[in-house]
Design a protein around this ligand. Structure first.
Ligand SMILES: [Zn+2]
Length: 311
């Protein structure tokens, strides 16, 4: 009899483990977000060539992004402007996208009350001597947003609570200063700065560098606490909490101008990627982007939206 006890325990454990695995697997399968589809968007963008502000290839990238958004039922509005850079005056174009109202009416792009911003930059850094793909840096986050746009089509009420923004000119021409880098987000934030508090978007999540195989998301130390807790909660629910931490310092990225304009913004960034060796090198290519990592972020962001706005 004594010998049976371990056997019974083994059976009990085996059944419990089986149930656990089945639950985990179902949960993973349940997510409609496809890392492979997100990856194919990244591949399409990279295939167009380096996306420097003002270049033909960034115009092609813009056409691709707005075309994909349109296919997913979203409307785009282009925000074009010029700014002085260390390389002279340049043209930049931000892409805003929203899901049209149910009554077929016009989108009011000047109203942001209650809207959650999901942001990415789609430009690539101009680096002398190399053909910089920006597959992870600029590509990965844009691919995740495009796949999210397609997935959210199935839940239009939820989609209408979101504005997607693809920033141009995130990268500095030389180095990040008050006037070099973050061109698109600085311009976009100026658009909202003077709006009354209730008319500004409620919050923003800025995705950046979300495609590395060794993905670890460490938002800046000065992140808005409620947004950070919402992100951790969604990560926990999606079974991905272990890849989320906190960077020990603030970070310069597109969330900074948004925060300064009174829109609480959090940078969903693999900050460790910056010191792991591939950042701003030719090694930031398609081969280094992992569909599994894109899927992890996509599922967490989808969970976050569902928890915030309901299904
Ligand atoms: Zn960069």
């Amino acid at each position: 009899m004594v010998r049976f006890i371990p056997l019974i325990l083994i059976v009990v454990f085996a059944v419990a483990a089986g149930v656990f695995l089945a639950t985990t697997r179902n949960k993973a399968d349940a997510g409609p977000f496809s890392g492979e589809r997100a990856y194919s968007h990244v591949a399409s963008l990279v295939g167009l060539g380096p996306r420097h502000p003002g270049s033909d290839s960034i115009a092609d990238a813009r056409e691709y992004i707005t075309g994909q958004l349109k296919q997913a039922g979203w409307s785009s509005s282009l925000q074009a402007f010029e700014d002085e850079t260390p390389r002279g005056r340049k043209e930049f174009v931000n892409i805003r996208a929203r899901f049209p109202p149910a009554d077929g009416g016009e989108i009011d792009w000047k109203r942001g009350g209650g809207v959650l911003l999901l942001c990415s930059h789609y430009d690539t850094k101009l680096i002398e001597g190399i053909n910089f793909d920006g597959a992870n840096d600029g590509g990965s986050s844009s691919g995740v947003l495009l796949e999210l746009a397609g997935v959210l089509r199935a839940t239009p009420d939820l989609a209408r609570r979101v504005e997607m923004v693809f920033f141009d000119g995130e990268e500095a021409f030389v180095d990040f200063t008050e006037v070099d880098g973050l061109y698109g987000s600085r311009h976009y934030a100026r658009f909202w700065r003077a709006a009354p508090a209730g008319e500004k978007p409620a919050a923003a999540y800025v995705l950046d560098l979300v495609g590395d195989a060794r993905l670890r998301i460490d938002p800046p130390s000065d992140s808005p606490r409620d947004l950070l807790l919402d992100l951790y909660g969604a990560a926990e629910a999606a079974g991905e909490r272990r890849i989320f931490g906190l960077h020990p310092t603030p970070i310069t990225d597109d969330h900074v101008p948004l925060n300064a304009a009174g829109i609480p913004a959090l940078d969903v960034i693999d900050a460790g990627y910056i010191s792991r060796g591939n950042w701003h090198t030719a090694a930031d290519n398609l081969g280094s982007v992992s569909p599994q990592s894109l899927e992890k972020i996509g599922r967490v962001m989808l969970e976050l939206l569902t928890r915030r706005f309901g299904e």
